[in-house]
Every structure is written in C-alpha cells, then in structure tokens.
Design a binder for this molecule. Structure first.
Ligand SMILES: Cc1cc2nc3c(=O)[nH]c(=O)nc-3n(C[C@H](O)[C@H](O)[C@H](O)COP(=O)(O)OP(=O)(O)OC[C@H]3O[C@@H](n4cnc5c(N)ncnc54)[C@H](O)[C@@H]3O)c2cc1C
Ligand code: FES
Length: 281
C-alpha cells in the first residue's frame, strides 16, 4: 500500500491564467509515472494536497473531471506561501500531488435526479469537475436536468471560459452566468448569486442543490434554497477548512465530531446542522 504522506511526482504541463487580475491560474499536471496515473482514481468533489518541494503543501479541489483522460487540473488562487510558489513555477517543473482525498459528490445518490449547481470563486472548480463528469456522453443518461448558476465579480473573473462556451451551446444544460458588475458587451445576468438563484427559482422537484463558493455566497444561498423547498438533506455543501494531514490524523479540520478532510469536504446541510451551531460556512 502507498504511504499516504508521500506525494506522487507530477509535471506542470500548462498554467493558464484564468482571471483578469492574474490571481487564479489553472495548472494542468501529468503524472511522471504511468502507474501513478492509473492508480489515482478520483471522483468530482474530492481534493488533493499539492506539494511545492521546499515550500510546503496545500489542499485544492480537483477541477478536472475523471472523464478527461491525460492528467489533472487544479485552479489555484494566489494567497500565501504555497500558492505564490506555485504561481511562480514554470511549465515542465515537477511538483507533488497527494491524494485523492475526501469523499467527493455522492454520484449514486445524484443518479436520476435534477442537479442544480451553484458556485462562485475558485469554489466553482469542483462543480466544473462534476458538470463535465455528468455531461460526458458515458454518463449523461444517468442524470436528469442540469442547471448551473455561476457568478463572479466581473466578466474577467469567470473561470473556464472555454467550458462555459461549450456548455452554452448544449441544449441539455441550463447555464446562468451572473456578475456583480456588468461591463460593455456583457450578455449574462447581473446580481449576486443568492439573488439570481431566487429569481431563477430552480424547481426542488426530484432535485439536489449543490453549493460551493465563498462563505458569504453559501451563507446567503442556503436560505434561498430552503425557501424554494429544497429539503436540508438535498442541499450539498463543500467546505474549506485549514488542513494539514488531509487524512483524518492531525485533528486540524474538525466540524463537531467529523473531520472535513476525511468525512467531507462534501456534507449535506442536514448533516452540518447537527454537527455545529456555527452556520457561517
Ligand atoms: C478541501 C479544500 C479545497 C480547496 N480548494 C481550493 C481550490 O480549488 N483552489 C484554491 O485556490 N484554494 C483552494 N483551497 C484553499 C487553499 O487550500 C488555501 O488557499 C491554501 O492552503 C493557501 O496556502 P498558502 O500556503 O498559499 O497560504 P498560507 O501562506 O498558508 O496563508 C495565506 C492566507 O490564506 C489563508 N488560508 C490558508 N489556508 C486556507 C484555507 N484552507 N482556507 C481559507 N484560507 C486559508 C491564511 O489564513 C492566510 O491568511 C481549498 C481548501 C480546502 C480545504
Ligand atoms: S487535516 Fe488532519 S485531520 Fe483533517
């Protein structure tokens, strides 16, 4: 069995600047050893620790879908030591990846259901992974209607513009893009994600609402989904906590009796309500 603390070596294949302030880059990584690629089986919503040797490691959600062969993608916002070191690295350099970690989205539970994905910021990365997974032709028939509500401060802060264009052209996804501040030429919606969710009012019928993004977005979107009648066990949230080991050993990331790294990061609102009285996720 592999030692869970030892990262697999991966090479940076590409580092795409996603946002106009250059603060978020999507790194495409390829495994140095073919067998590591075969063994690294993940599900949308899981995360991994990325190691910059000599600097440290930090957790990031997988932005790629397991249906996309040939490597992994992570979208990294530059905020501190590890993320700045990553942003300074060149294509061709080697880093480490330790994982996959966490539970991911409950794919079997979502089968035959309408899925409403609501996201903002880099939190949208795992929802992008899930969207690409469910719309892949090998999976599409397993899931019902797909509604995506995705917001950013301005158009220049929307991630994955290539995917958004492809999704827009598909008749089997309802894609609603919104920005806080419109600019010339913007054809999408204007407004914060919770308000736009209320306006669109996705049906709760046979549906799950999945929310991932900044804490304020989650905090204000939750009551909207509840008002729309989504039951608490059909609202799924992905949490971000400070982490160290990522495998339930160090006790750094607990919410009540659960560890976000091992038992999450995806929890239903029904579960979270029972775990903590601090609902400011
Ligand atoms: C499950 C999970 C998935 C994540 N997915 C992504 C992702 O897809 N893309 C992405 O850019 N980031 C993601 N993060 C957050 C990312 O792990 C942190 O931004 C990163 O650890 C910062 O490392 P650093 O060494 O650059 O910052 P540090 O030098 O350690 O700290 C810089 C600043 O960031 C704050 N910070 C550190 N860790 C976190 C954290 N976990 N959450 C919030 N603030 C933090 C510190 O308090 C400090 O203010 C995720 C976190 C978790 C737990
Ligand atoms: S990060 Fe160590 S227990 Fe979760």
């Amino acid at each position: 069995m592999n030692n869970p603390y030892i990262p697999f070596p991966v090479r940076i294949k590409d580092a795409l600047v996603e946002t106009e302030d250059q603060n978020i880059k999507t790194f495409s990584l390829s495994f140095v050893n073919k067998e590591d690629e075969t063994n690294f089986r993940y599900t949308p919503g899981q995360f991994a620790e990325l190691t910059v040797f000599g600097k440290g490691e930090a957790p990031f959600g997988m932005a790629s879908s397991p249906t996309q062969p040939g490597g992994l993608e992570f979208s990294v916002s530059k905020v501190g030591v590890v993320t700045s070191a990553l942003h300074n690295m060149e294509v061709g350099e080697i880093i480490g990846v330790r994982g996959p970690l966490g539970n991911g989205y409950p794919l079997e539970t979502l089968e035959d259901k309408n899925i409403v994905l609501i996201g903002g910021g880099f939190g949208f990365s795992t929802l992008r992974s899930l969207t690409n997974f469910v719309i892949d032709e090998s999976n599409r028939s397993r899931f019902r209607d797909i509604t995506v509500i995705y917001g950013a401060r301005r158009p220049g802060f929307l991630l994955y513009k290539g995917d958004l264009e492809r999704w827009h052209e598909r008749s089997d996804i309802r894609l609603h893009l919104t920005v806080d501040q419109a600019e010339n030429g913007w054809k999408g919606l204007v407004g914060f994600v919770p308000a736009i969710t209320k306006e669109i009012a996705p049906s709760r019928e046979n549906a799950f609402g999945l929310v991932c993004g900044p804490p304020a977005m989650i905090k204000y979107t939750l009551p909207v989904l509840r008002e729309l009648g989504f039951p608490d066990d059909r609202i799924l949230l992905s949490l971000e906590m400070k982490m160290k080991c990522g495998i339930g050993m160090c006790g750094r990331c607990n919410v009540g009796s659960k560890y976000v790294c091992r038992d999450g990061p995806v929890f239903s609102y029904a579960e979270l309500k029972n775990l903590t009285s601090d609902h400011a996720f």
